[in-house]
Design a protein. Structure first.
Length: 133
């Protein structure tokens, strides 16, 4: 049996977009604020999506034999249905790692982001780390 060979971490540095509008990066000053669970939050704040199903990617055998490690950063849209789409590579590692990360994230499921208690599409960055233990 193979030891667990990778660690996945998510970080959401994303954009929020209404279903019919262009993405707005959350990190911009003019972007909608992220809800933090405080009474003082703006009424139009956005709750971030959360991964509910995130299976590990397959560690590429070529990279395992070479003992390579690292992380791929993907940018994707989590739709109001909680499914990922429009997956793109933001920070590459190798073609093998990139493909493994994309193939895994295509199968992920999320609780969707919400604005005013309604599901909305958000663009997020996801880091998929490959580590040998």
């Amino acid at each position: 049996m193979m030891p667990r060979a990778m660690v996945l971490s998510l970080f959401f540095l994303g954009t929020v977009m209404a279903q019919d509008s262009a993405p707005i990066r959350l990190s911009r000053r003019d972007a909608s604020p992220i809800c933090r669970g405080k009474v003082s939050d703006a009424s139009d704040c956005v709750t971030a999506p959360h991964a509910t199903y995130s299976p590990d990617p397959t560690y590429p055998e070529k990279e395992r034999r070479a003992r390579h490690q690292g992380a791929v950063v993907l940018t994707l849209v989590v739709g109001p249905d909680g499914l990922p789409r429009d997956i793109k590579i933001s920070r590459t590692l190798s073609p093998e790692f990139d493909k493994a990360a994309i193939d895994a994230v295509k199968n992920w499921k999320f609780t969707p982001a919400t604005r005013n208690s309604k599901p909305v599409a958000v663009e997020i960055d996801v880091q998929v780390a490959f580590r040998l233990f």
